[in-house]
Design a protein around this ligand. Structure first.
Ligand code: CAA
Length: 381
């Protein structure tokens, strides 16, 4: 099946050109010095990437999800830190606003997010509510014209840099676990909002992964996002889209590692010939290529289905699960093919290995994806 139109192909070439020239040369330094990719973020705003699949009437580029997936694949090949920053902003903040916010909220918040004037983030995870996202302890109580929110979030991508965040809080404590949770749009200026420390991470070290504290945070009544009590479902549906995005991020990083390994195997000589002519290396390359192709098909099929308006809970979980495990395999083998040089920071493959690992954890661990897939297959019993 051909997933791409002529517009998709042209878009890919444009993004690849930008990513190769603007992102790839800076990627190692961003990682090494923990530099947040703010400059790249602004450039991506000018290029229309930040609101790629948001309609033009809200300041977006009006493209389909497949277009955003193409953008993510090319950006991920060049720089993982920039890719995760883009993913959290567009897929986890602008997208749920577009899907679930009121018309007034969309008109207020989406245009500056799509242009890059403002940065977005998504706060779901808490210390005791990671895989068990329904166990959220953050509370919101309506007092007059304000929701008073107390609690904290962690592992929030873009958290300390964001101007606008969508978060969850329990509004009806009488409801069990995943129920009675609502979603809110908050601004960094709201009284009682305090970003905490950024994590020192194994990979994606240019990106920010932050703690957030809400100390009697005052959120105007009208900033409840969509319908009260539907927050858990909003966030789960957002993750149905977001998991395709993390899947393609894993794919992009793995493709970069694969390209590096193939190039290295052609030029590295051992036992009198390029190692690409050794059968063991050829076996690795064949397995890497096959797994990448399978991951690509799962990702673009899930994206095509979402573009057709279909529910993709199972498909997105499969795409993310498979692609992230493939990325682990491919980046590991890329290091192996490079031998000692692969373990050295002189070559980029060790960064690809560190960067891809997040994809087996963020937006639902591989274990959670298996729960989601098994439930889709078996139904609840
Ligand atoms: N779409 C629509 N509705 C959904 C849904 C979906 N994908 N998934 C669940 N729901 C609905 C269910 O239908 C149910 O509603 P009804 O009773 O009305 O039918 C309700 O939500 C509760 O569903 P479950 O009983 O399945 O809820 P659960 O508590 O058992 O959820 C879980 C289990 C699937 C494991 C879920 O908790 C989950 O996905 N956990 C992982 C969370 C995750 O991915 N976190 C990472 C976030 S990323 C982050 O925070 C950091 C960052 O910046 C990137």
């Amino acid at each position: 099946m051909d997933y791409f139109t002529e517009e998709h192909q042209i878009l890919r070439e444009t993004v690849r050109d930008f990513a190769e020239n603007e992102l790839k040369p800076r990627a190692a330094e961003l990682d090494e010095k923990h530099i947040f990719p703010l400059e790249a973020f602004k450039q991506m705003g000018e290029l229309g990437f930040l609101g790629a699949h948001i309609p033009e009437e809200y300041g977006g580029a009006g493209m389909d999800l497949t277009s955003f997936i193409i953008i993510m694949e090319e950006v991920s090949k060049a720089c993982g830190s920039t890719a995760i920053t883009l993913a959290a902003h567009t897929s986890l903040c602008a997208y749920p606003l577009y899907r679930f916010a009121t018309e007034e909220q969309k008109r207020k918040y989406l245009p500056p997010l799509c242009s890059g004037e403002k940065m977005g983030a998504f706060g779901l995870t808490e210390a005791g509510a990671g895989s068990d996202a329904g166990a959220t302890k953050t509370t919101a109580v309506l007092e007059g014209d304000y929701w008073i929110i107390n609690g904290d979030k962690m592992f929030c991508t873009n958290g300390s840099a964001a101007d606008v965040l969508v978060i969850t809080a329990k509004t009806d404590p009488t409801q069990p676990s995943s129920y009675g949770i609502s979603s809110f749009i908050i601004e960094k200026e709201f009284a009682g909002f305090k970003p905490g420390k950024d994590e020192d991470k194994m990979g994606l070290r240019g990106s920010k992964t932050s703690q957030l504290f809400f100390d009697n945070m005052q959120v105007p009544k009208e900033n409840l996002m969509g319908i009260e009590g539907e927050g858990f479902k909003h966030f789960m549906e957002t993750l149905d889209e977001g998991r395709i995005v993390i899947g393609v991020m894993a794919l992009g990083i793995a493709e970069a590692a694969f390209d590096a390994a193939v190039a290295y195997s052609r030029q590295r000589v051992a036992f009198g010939k390029p190692i690409a002519r050794q059968q063991t290396i050829q076996g690795y390359i064949a397995d890497m290529a096959t797994q990448l192709e399978a991951a690509r098909l799962l990702i673009y099929e899930a994206s095509r289905k979402l573009d057709q308006g279909k529910r993709v809970t199972k498909e997105s979980a499969m795409a993310k699960l498979f692609a992230s495990e493939v990325a682990n395999f491919v980046t590991d083998k890329a290091i192996q093919i490079h031998g000692g040089y692969g373990y050295s920071a002189e070559y980029p493959v060790e960064r690809y290995y560190r960067d891809q690992k997040l994809c087996e954890i963020g937006e639902g661990t591989s274990e959670v994806q298996r729960i989601v897939i098994a439930r889709s297959v078996l139904g609840k019993f």
